[in-house]
Design a protein around this ligand. Sequence first.
Ligand code: PAF
Length: 280
Amino acid sequence: MQVVRDPKTFREACEAARARGARVGLVPTMGALHEGHLSLVDRAKHEGATFVALTIFVNPLQFAAHEDLGRYPRTLEADLEACRSRGVDLVFAPEDGSMYPPGFQTEVAVGEITKRWEGVHRPSHFAGVTTVVCKLFALTGPSVAVFGRKDYQQWRVIERMTLDLDLPIDVVGHPIVREEDGLALSSRNRYLSPEERTRALGIARGLHAANEAWRAGMRDADALRAIVRGPVESAFDSIDYVAVASPRTLEPLEGSATEAVILVAAHVGRTRLIDNLELA
Ligand code: PAF
């Protein structure tokens, strides 16, 4: 496995792989890798990638001043070991500053779909994400790029950007990986105290209850929202949103739904968690 730190060397390594006839798969991450990320590597291979590039970059552009950029976990050595044992071919872990050199002033911003839910609570977040992902796409030239569906809105925003900009890349959203008790894997779970971790299960409980109700025939968006909100409200310190939305556009649903995604963001202690469930 090759590890590179500067964008030019990364671009050249990807070009060389393509020149050898490889189908390049990209897995963008911010590191602190867990099984959720590593399952994206497997998925890239499953989608036909014969050369998998994984990027590790805690992208400052997608954090607001009051957010957790400074305390975001950085575990490069363990991440590289995990990549090696999962069969990643190339890791790009850019040096601070090399992605946004002095004079950098370009932003890639997607419209309507970024304005809701996460966009309300983290107004500059998605422009930071789409700017860095666009740069990573340009450097890598992947045939396929895999994102976790835990960041459901992010996946849909990147799909939209790729479509709108005619980028020749298959954007794949890979299902959430959960602990046995239902907690969605997240790099931020390591912030949780044992007591907070127990409370964090409130989201999985709410989503599970909504899934059961859906399977029993419940289709009313308000009722589904209320089923999720109950356990989240009693376990979490505050809720940013519990939304029942159209899976593709993320517009809020009212009345009877034929398909839906339930999106949740809530705070336990100092940690903000997001999770979701698709119903179809
Ligand atoms: O999902 C993430 O880890 C990040 O938002 C991404 C896609 C790597 C961009 O920084």
